[in-house]
Design a protein. Structure first.
Length: 95
């Protein structure tokens, strides 16, 4: 499986990339913002995006909406160390 990792915590993103590799999946790119995620998704066409929810510049939810508007079959899994009930309800509404 080809996976795009999106997280503004570079240490966590690097560790996640290593774990994905250990599981014998291919990391197509590791980026740190929603805007970079959109660009990388268009360029690399991954099978799955592992994305942080709360990032500066462009958050994960907005990036996800953009990606899915162009590729409704895209798959995104959100990862977050901090999420409020409002954040979760936005995610449920989007999916």
């Amino acid at each position: 499986m080809r996976i795009l990792i999106v997280d503004d915590d570079k240490v966590f993103a690097g560790e996640l990339a290593q774990l994905v590799g250990v599981c014998q999946h291919e990391v197509v790119d590791v980026v740190s913002s929603g805007l970079e995620a959109i660009r990388s998704y268009q360029q690399n066409k991954p099978d799955l995006v592992l994305m942080d929810f709360g990032m500066e510049k462009l958050n994960g939810l907005t990036a996800c909406r953009n990606i899915l508007s162009k590729d409704p079959a895209g798959r995104v899994i959100f990862l977050s160390g901090v999420a409020s009930e409002v954040d979760l309800s936005c995610l449920l509404y989007t999916s």
